[in-house]
Design a protein. Structure first.
Ligand SMILES: Nc1nc2c(ncn2[C@@H]2O[C@H](COP(=O)(O)OP(=O)(O)OP(=O)(O)O)[C@@H](O)[C@H]2O)c(=O)[nH]1
Ligand SMILES: [Mg+2]
Length: 225
């Protein structure tokens, strides 16, 4: 038992190192092509696909957008996202509980990145595994939905520490589920002081306005730099 543990850790460290190398190459490709890449992580069902479908639909008139989506099984999410009219590819991971940079690289395949302004990557719904894997993205969102508990950041600090923005989703049902926003904000603040927090609802009219303004601001700043 005590001899097996270090070997497992060695293998894991090597896998993560290999992933980081592929992710660095990917980020360079994205930069060279001028594609801004945003990934989304959250627990299962926090609202990633709904948020992304609406985001793609809102952005399509102004930007060339595309999406990759990871799940252990089914092409359901890709079919939902494709309703936006954007190019979408599903990554089926089988038994793997997170996306890896190599999976992203393969899924991009023959896409011409120079023809994409913003590429979104929806990770597998999981608050643990995705945190260790850089996908070459420029911006990582962690979604926390109102029904799932204000202390999730305290229980899963790493996923919040490896993300850039926390999005509080399903705000339209916040009152019905007794969501305590200040407690959720305090949880996020205690694991990641100063983290940007955005309220969102994919059901309410204008529910993604704050997020879309933030994204457009970051995109403009990137293009100006
Ligand atoms: N009330 C409300 N429901 C939402 C909102 N966003 C998503 N939902 C619902 O939450 C459920 C899960 O949403 P999904 O978008 O599939 O969640 P997901 O994070 O992509 O799920 P996985 O990919 O399985 O991890 C669905 O029934 C959605 O309709 C929201 O803003 N408000
Ligand atoms: Mg989904």
């Amino acid at each position: 038992m005590s001899t097996a543990q270090p070997r497992i850790l060695d293998v894991r460290t090597r896998i993560v190192k290999d992933n980081d190398r592929v992710a660095r190459n990917l980020r360079q490709r994205f930069d060279d092509a001028g594609a801004f890449v945003v990934s989304l992580v959250s627990s299962p069902g926090a609202g990633k696909t709904t948020f992304l479908q609406k985001t793609l639909t809102e952005l399509r008139p102004k930007y060339r957008v595309a999406a990759l989506v990871g799940d252990l099984a089914t092409e359901n999410d890709a079919q939902r996202l494709a309703q936006s009219g954007a190019p979408v590819r599903q990554i089926v991971t089988g038994t793997v509980c997170h996306l890896e940079a190599e999976m992203v690289e393969k899924a991009i395949g023959d896409w011409n990145l120079a023809e994409i302004d913003i590429l979104f990557i929806e990770n597998v719904g999981n608050l643990v595994c995705p945190s260790s894997y850089d996908l070459g993205e420029h911006l990582r969102l962690v979604l926390l939905s109102t029904p799932e508990g204000e202390d999730k950041p305290l229980k899963y600090p790493t996923i919040f520490n490896t993300a850039d923005i926390a999005v509080l989703t399903k705000m339209d049902i916040a009152e019905a589920v007794g969501f305590d926003r200040s407690a959720a904000v305090a949880s996020i603040e205690s694991v990641r002081p100063g983290m940007k927090i955005i309220d969102a609802s994919s059901r309410a009219v204008g529910g993604l306005d704050a997020w879309l303004a933030e994204l457009e601001g970051r995109l403009a700043a990137r293009r100006a730099s």
